[in-house]
Design a protein around this ligand. Sequence first.
Ligand SMILES: Nc1ncnc2c1ncn2[C@@H]1O[C@H](COP(=O)(O)OP(=O)(O)O)[C@@H](O)[C@H]1O
Ligand SMILES: [Mg+2]
Length: 292
Amino acid sequence: MSRPARRRMRRRGPGHMWPGHKTYSQPLMAVTIAVLSQKGGTGKTTAVRTIADILRRIDVGVLAVDLDPQGNLSDYFDIDPDASPTVGDVLSGRASPADAIHGDVIPANLGLAEAELMLGGRMGRELALKRALREVKGAYEVVLIDCPPALGLLTVNALVAAEYALLSAEAQYFAIQGVEQALEVIELARDSLSPELEWLGVLLNIADMRTRHSREAFASLRQHYGEKLLDTTIRASIAYAESAERAVSILDFRPDLATDYLNVTDELLRRLGMDEARGRLGALVGGTHATA
Ligand SMILES: Nc1ncnc2c1ncn2[C@@H]1O[C@H](COP(=O)(O)OP(=O)(O)O)[C@@H](O)[C@H]1O
Ligand SMILES: [Mg+2]
């Protein structure tokens, strides 16, 4: 058994309580979180990359799944573009999920667009990712799925495979509409194939809170969604593009900015009830981040 799996069993043990008041008597598989938005450019991939980096630094075993044919997450993690097999091979049944893990990342490339088309004509097409991840989840504590910039079959696969959905919304006037559309797809998944799916929250991303524009986006999201809106917003900075270009984590590239993602991760761990990991995060940042 891998180290994270052992730790998970110790930590949760039998009968561990989850948010949502479900009691399980079996040791749990990794908690799976789909990160989505109704469109591209809302900072999803950056969020998955950075949250994965933070969790790994506090010894949480994370599997990152790239579910976007553009393969940005795979690039951000500096995965060899020729790495094979990929998530597309897994979804089209050509490869086993375990073989598609390259350094705790299941990468994607343009072949995923083809796999999505093939999948569309099959029975159980919405369940392909869930079935695949079931085989590999046991070795991890958290699985993060980076969704493509559309609410189609791939995103539905991510939602069906996940216990939690995290929405990313860019700080702009139409943020609410984007969140509404993503919520409709979450509802659809919940009504049919994924009744246990929980909405983990919405993150206001690429925000400049010095502008009225961003402050209004935050205020209207708070008004509509209350506590579902994370308190922390991710500041807009060109440093994110620069760090992605260099394939260096923002944690190392600009630690001052990375405090945003440290605070987001703290909020997420709190919502997930992962208190031990949250304690380690507190130790990592020397107790200087928000703990409210
Ligand atoms: N907080 C941020 N501030 C400014 N630019 C950002 C921020 N986060 C991400 N970006 C940049 O915005 C673009 C889109 O981000 P990305 O994470 O790829 O979004 P998505 O996956 O939603 O399409 C990228 O160029 C990325 O470097
Ligand atoms: Mg992306």
